[in-house]
Ligand binder design. Structure first.
Ligand SMILES: [Zn+2]
Length: 459
């Protein structure tokens, strides 16, 4: 039996992990018949009121909603693969039938009574998994929860050699990590008609990704691609692993007063919040981990060292300048909540080396803004404003070694027309005007043809 409280991040080298798994499995099989529960103080009976499931790209999360605290133990079994969770003095008060198991390694989830008063949940699995199970205390929106993460047992891909002919010669893309806030267990803010922040921001993020992907020299990567939770630290870690040139977290806000409105852009503060709204928001957004379900050990405290690094490396300056350009663009699309980039201690922005911004695209609690935020046309406009801000910054300050830096050195870039291209769309893509393209290329009319090469003037 394994009291499993370790996160997946410790797995380290594949071989070691495999050996540990094998040992655990052997140990589990050896003592499977002598299950002893809860050596601690006796707990009161807990009801499992609901069982919820989300599938992420690399793991499956199952959350048990409990009426109270409960001791638990876990057990992994092979041949066939099974994972067992025993809850002391607990009863199942819901059905396990309608869980969306498709795409997960769970073939079936069944329950039984153990030792008269304990609840046993058995996950029949189609593949081996790594597991992490932890108890979360109640928060503002939910009671006690047991979170069961089943991580896909995928062999890590061998890293590519750092030095290759290609990497010496290539003009790399500018990597933009786009982070749709919240997800899964954590819906974020709620608006009229059940509108959820987690859905709206994923849609805006996808539109931003689409738009950036069309621009040569940019590589957008979504930090969350579906309805599942990613911890604030994992979001930062992802951006750093991608060596992102920018991390942009997309949110929509809510406030007690329905009249609160406007979009805003935030960077990290190394001192205090620039306004009470900023402080309120940082507190709200930072609470995501408590709702989204993160083991206590995974949450990290504000580190003075990180903050010192931030101000020293100029990362924060970049964030503030870039944020200002985005804010200018949003100004044409939405009302602004604040006219300048605000600062507060947002946990998700605490990367020492990746410029990071958090954008509140509007108040989902404001009926008018909620209605707009839910429409594809407005989502597109908002994405376009963010994209234009990003583009204009990197056109001015292209990181060395990138295609944009190379183009700038060369004095403008070139584009070869393919079927479906129009002058206005190309102008939009490069952030320049149709008139300036026509002028640079000596075009009298708006007619272009496939295969034609146009020089794009600097924006
Ligand atoms: Zn949010």
């Amino acid at each position: 039996m394994a009291r499993c409280l370790k996160g997946p991040k410790d797995d380290g080298v594949a071989n070691r992990a495999r050996a540990v798994r094998l040992l655990r499995r052997l140990a589990a099989i050896a003592i499977a018949s002598v299950v002893v529960l809860g050596a601690g103080p006796a707990t009161r009976a807990a009801e499992v009121d609901a069982v919820r499931l989300w599938r992420a790209p690399d793991h499956t999360r199952v959350v048990l909603d409990l009426s109270g605290s409960a001791e638990f133990d876990t057990l992994s079994l092979g041949n066939p693969n099974r994972f067992v969770v025993d809850l002391a003095s607990s009863q199942l008060d819901t059905s396990l039938k309608s869980l969306p198991l498709e795409g997960t390694p769970i073939r079936q989830l069944r329950s039984g009574v153990r030792n008269g008063t304990d609840l046993r949940l058995v996950f029949d699995l189609t593949a081996a998994v790594r597991t992490s199970v932890f108890l979360l205390p109640p928060n503002e929106t939910t009671g006690y929860r047991v979170v069961i993460d089943l991580f896909d047992d995928i062999e890590p891909v061998a890293p590519r050699p750092v030095l290759s002919v290609e990497s010496l010669d290539s003009r790399r893309d500018i990597v933009i990590a786009i982070d749709p806030g919240h997800g899964g267990e954590d819906p974020g803010a709620s608006g009229p008609g059940g509108l959820r922040e987690k859905s709206v921001v994923l849609q805006i993020a996808r539109r931003l990704e689409d738009q950036l992907a069309k621009i040569p020299g940019f590589k957008p990567v979504l930090v969350r691609t579906g309805d599942y939770y990613v911890s604030l630290k994992s979001r930062r870690d992802r951006a750093r692993a991608l060596k992102a040139d920018l991390f942009v977290s997309i949110h929509a806000d809510a406030f007690r007063e329905k009249s609160a409105h406007g979009a805003s852009v935030y960077a990290l503060s190394t001192r205090g919040a620039t306004s009470t709204t900023a402080q309120y928001l940082a507190d709200t957004e930072n609470a995501a981990d408590l709702v989204g379900g993160v083991e206590l050990g995974e949450m990290d405290p504000m580190l003075a060292g990180v903050l010192a690094d931030l101000s020293m490396t100029g990362t924060l300056d970049t964030s503030l300048n870039l944020g200002t350009l985005i804010l200018e663009q949003i100004d044409g699309v939405a009302r602004l909540h604040k006219k300048r980039v605000e600062q507060a201690g947002f946990a998700v922005l605490k990367s020492p080396d990746v410029p990071s911004l958090l954008i509140e695209t509007g108040f989902i609690s404001n009926p008018g803004e909620a209605e707009r935020l839910a429409t594809p046309a407005y989502q597109d406009k908002m994405a376009r404003a963010i994209r234009r801000g990003i583009q204009s910054w990197f056109a001015r300050q292209p990181p060395p070694g990138t295609l944009l830096a190379w183009q700038r050195e060369k004095g403008g870039s070139e584009v070869t027309i393919v079927a479906g291209d129009t002058l206005s769309e190309i102008a939009e893509r490069y952030g320049v005007t149709v008139a300036s393209i026509k002028q640079s290329n000596g075009l009298g009319r708006d007619v272009i043809f496939v295969g034609q090469t146009l020089v794009i003037p600097e924006g």
